[in-house]
Write a protein that binds this ligand. Structure first.
Ligand code: GDP
Ligand code: MG
Length: 173
C-alpha cells in the first residue's frame, strides 16, 4: 500500500505545556521511537501514518506545536491536549490551552485529554479520577499514556481518529 493511497486525511494537533511528552507521543505513534533527551525540535512540524478504520485507509497527520502555538495557523483540525501526570501545573494549564482553542477554532473539533508518563507511577501527582472527571466535564475523551513504554499510545491516537471518522458525513450506497 502506497503512502499516498488513502481515503481520508485527518489532522490533529497536540498541545500542552512544554516537556509533557508531546513530541515523544508523536514519534512513538508514527515511528515507534522514543527520546530521553528533550529536544527543541524545531524541524519536525508534523508526521503522518496511515491507519485503517473499518474499510477505509486514513492518513493520520499529527502536528507538533513545539510550544510555539503554531496550531493557530491550522484550521479545521482536531486537537488533543497532553499533560504530565507527575506535574500538576501541566494539568492545571489544560484550562489555558482549552481557552486558546475555543478562542481560535470552530465548534466542530474533537478533544482528547491525555495524561502522559504513567510509567512514573511512583511520582504521580494528578489522579486518574481527577483528570477523568475534568475531561468528562469539558467533553473531552480521556486516556493515560506512556510514550516511554508505549502504553495506550496507539489506542489513544486511534480513538481520536475513530471519533473524527464517526463525525464525517458518509455517502449512502
Ligand atoms: P514536549 O516538550 O511536550 O514535546 O515533551 P518531549 O516529548 O520533548 O518530552 C519531554 C521529556 O519527557 C523528555 O526527556 C522525554 O524523554 C520525557 N518523556 C516523554 N514522554 C515520557 C513518558 O511517557 N515517560 C517518561 N518517563 N518520560 C517521558
Ligand atoms: Mg516537543
Amino acid at each position: 500500500m502506497s503512502e499516498d493511497d488513502y481515503d481520508y486525511l485527518f489532522k490533529i494537533v497536540i498541545i500542552g505545556d512544554s516537556s509533557v511528552g508531546k513530541s515523544n507521543l508523536l514519534s512513538r505513534f508514527t515511528n515507534d521511537e522514543f527520546n530521553l533527551e528533550s529536544k527543541k525540535r524545531i524541524g519536525v512540524e508534523f508526521a503522518t501514518k496511515n491507519i485503517k478504520i473499518g474499510d477505509h485507509v486514513i492518513k493520520a497527520q499529527i502536528w507538533d506545536t513545539s510550544g510555539q502555538e503554531r496550531y493557530r495557523a491550522i484550521t479545521g483540525a482536531y486537537y488533543r491536549g497532553a499533560f504530565d501526570i507527575t506535574r500538576p501545573s501541566s494539568f492545571q494549564n489544560i484550562e489555558h490551552w482549552l481557552k486558546e482553542l475555543r478562542d481560535h477554532s470552530d465548534e466542530k473539533i474533537s478533544l482528547m485529554l491525555v495524561g502522559n508518563k504513567v510509567d512514573l507511577a511512583e511520582s504521580r501527582a494528578v489522579s486518574t479520577e481527577e483528570a477523568k472527571e475534568y475531561a468528562t466535564d469539558s467533553e473531552m475523551l480521556f486516556f493515560e499514556t506512556s510514550a516511554l513504554d508505549a502504553t495506550n499510545v496507539d489506542a489513544a491516537f486511534k480513538t481520536v481518529f475513530e471519533r473524527i471518522y464517526e463525525k464525517i458525513p458518509k455517502s449512502v450506497t
